[in-house]
Ligand binder design. Structure first.
Ligand code: FAD
Length: 484
């Protein structure tokens, strides 16, 4: 029996999508720049069904691409166009909040739960799930875990890795690993969950997770700052860390190029300050203390910074609505950038102290390849993670052949990433590797690390069927099977 018929028998007709129209949203990446091919999209409803799908694909030799919300910014969740017989396994139907243990500050969820739904479920129990990012209305927790997503809360709460206590995974051989521990201490050898966090679907399908919850902040204070340089932004950050310590929950930098793009291309966004300035920072303090206390601490720091010439201008948010509006500006960057032109995205992180040098040197390096290009800078500054995005206009881009476009993007990224590497940084801080950064892996990762990663991959997935051509450089691809 062919694989398609077997999958339909297992899941039911409506849970196996075929035909290019039905599959369209699963085959194109979020930016709409890459389109892959698959023989079908399987939509299992529970872990047992995922295990069944994996066993069928394994027996047939069908490559598997695991898909969450398909918001990857590095083409991680779409199938390749050169691997016949690929089955996309989408977790879209696995959306149960399985349980909340309030006393343990933890919750167990299906991997297909959308991040915003998890935040809401935690808040309903007066708890916070702290990972937050612009795609939170559509990305899934399984995708967050598979990419170790960062976002705006890392400064205080860490990456996704720091907020996962346990996992349930369907392994490439079809077995289910039930590691949904709710423990903060468990010294019993290798902590296997860490292998899957950041593995980008190459080692199995994450089907469930135990997440760490935190007290829900009841007080919030926010400010929008204008500064004349990243160096000045760092000086204010140091003051805030000294005075406000753990209450500092976000510190997000953007340049005027970025702010103007959001204001022009994302509807309903308004400028937080009246005049135009070269650099902007969104600061958030949050805690369970009295709101007036937080606002007073923020004001005190900003006054001192202003007296010492570190600030050009600043405004404190006057209401919850204004706070939400400013976050909407910050979270509008990806949508704005997608509409404004062809951004050549990079996602490096460098030590905080090296951020100003990175921005300066990376601008010079990018301009050597793409002279005069506007450069979008939007940074999770508290983490040293700078999204540095030289931009080509649509007209410029359309004038190039696909090969020339690839060559140009590659040259720009490499020039920027070389600067980050030389400053002790990484070429991928939070978006992962996907299909687009495997060359950088080969270039910048020490060979011994690559060897170890290949060894892990072989141990889990000897047939190399899971997410072929992602994450690892120069992995030999499976042959695939003819489409049914
Ligand atoms: P997908 O895109 O579907 O998949 C991503 C990778 O994970 C793929 O390799 C896929 O195979 C694998 N995968 C997905 N689900 C599973 C699973 N259940 N088991 C095993 N593997 C799986 N990222 C950040 O880190 N920080 C940000 O601030 C940020 N902001 C963003 C803003 C916007 C507007 C957008 C569009 C994206 C942003 N991203 C950001 C990138 C992206 O949203 C995150 O990487 C997100 O975690 C991906 O989740 P997803 O469910 O969409 O995963």
């Amino acid at each position: 029996m062919n694989v398609l018929r077997q999958l339909t028998g297992l899941l039911g007709e409506d849970a196996v999508l075929r035909g290019s129209e039905d599959m369209a949203g699963h085959l194109t990446d979020w930016r709409g720049r890459y389109r892959g091919r698959a023989q079908c999209v399987a939509l299992p409803s529970d872990t047992g069904q995922v295990a069944g799908v994996v066993r069928l694909c394994r027996e047939a030799g069908a490559p598997i691409v695991v898909q969450g919300g398909n918001t990857s910014l590095c083409e991680g969740a779409v199938p390749r166009d050169d691997l016949p017989g690929t089955v996309v396994v989408s977790l879209a139907r696995m959306r149960r909040i399985r349980s909340v243990d309030v006393a343990n500050n933890s919750m167990v969820v299906d991997a297909g739960c959308v991040l915003a739904a998890i935040q809401e479920a935690a808040a309903a129990h007066d708890r916070l799930y702290p990972v937050s990012l612009g795609a939170e209305g559509s990305c899934q927790i399984g995708g967050n875990i598979a990419t170790n997503a960062g976002g705006t809360g890392v400064l205080r709460y860490g990456n996704t890795r720091e907020n996962v206590l346990g996992l349930e995974v369907v392994l490439p051989d079809g077995r289910i690993w039930s590691g949904l521990y709710g423990l903060r201490k468990n010294n019993t050898g290798f902590d296997l969950k860490h292998l899957f966090i950041g593995s980008e679907g190459t080692l199995g399908v994450i089907t469930g997770a135990t997440l760490k919850l935190h007290p829900l902040p009841t007080a919030r204070a926010m400010a929008w700052l204008a500064v004349d340089s990243p160096q000045a932004a760092l000086a204010v950050l140091a003051r805030l860390q000294r005075r406000c310590s753990a209450a500092l929950s976000a510190y997000e930098l953007m340049n005027d190029v970025q702010l103007n793009i959001v204001l022009q291309h994302v509807s309903g966004r308004r400028a937080p300050l009246h005049a135009s300035h070269p650099w902007h920072v969104l600061v958030e303090l949050s805690d369970t203390c009295d709101e007036a206390e937080l606002a007073a601490a923020l004001q005190e720091v900003l006054e001192a910074a202003s007296e010492d010439g570190e600030l050009i201008d600043a405004a404190l948010a006057a209401s919850g609505q204004q706070q939400a509006d400013w976050w909407a500006v910050r979270h509008g960057v990806s949508e704005g950038n997608k509409k404004a032109g062809i951004g050549i995205n990079t996602d490096p992180a460098v030590p905080l102290s090296a951020v100003p040098a990175f921005i300066e040197q990376a601008t010079e390096a990018a301009h050597r390849v793409l002279p005069g290009a506007p450069v979008i800078v939007v940074a999770h500054l508290g983490d040293g993670n700078v999204h540095f995005i030289p931009q080509a206009s649509f007209e410029q881009w359309r004038a190039l052949t696909p090969d020339q476009q690839d060559g140009l993007a590659h040259a720009v990224k490499q020039a920027v990433n070389e600067v980050a590497h030389a400053l002790g940084g990484t070429f991928s801080a939070e978006h992962g590797i996907g299909q687009v950064l495997t060359d950088e892996m080969a270039l910048f990762k020490p060979p011994v690390e690559i060897d170890l990663m290949h060894a892990v991959k072989r141990a889990f997935d000897p047939q190399q069927l899971f997410n072929p051509g992602r994450l690892l450089p120069a992995t030999s691809l499976p042959k695939g099977i003819p489409n049914d």
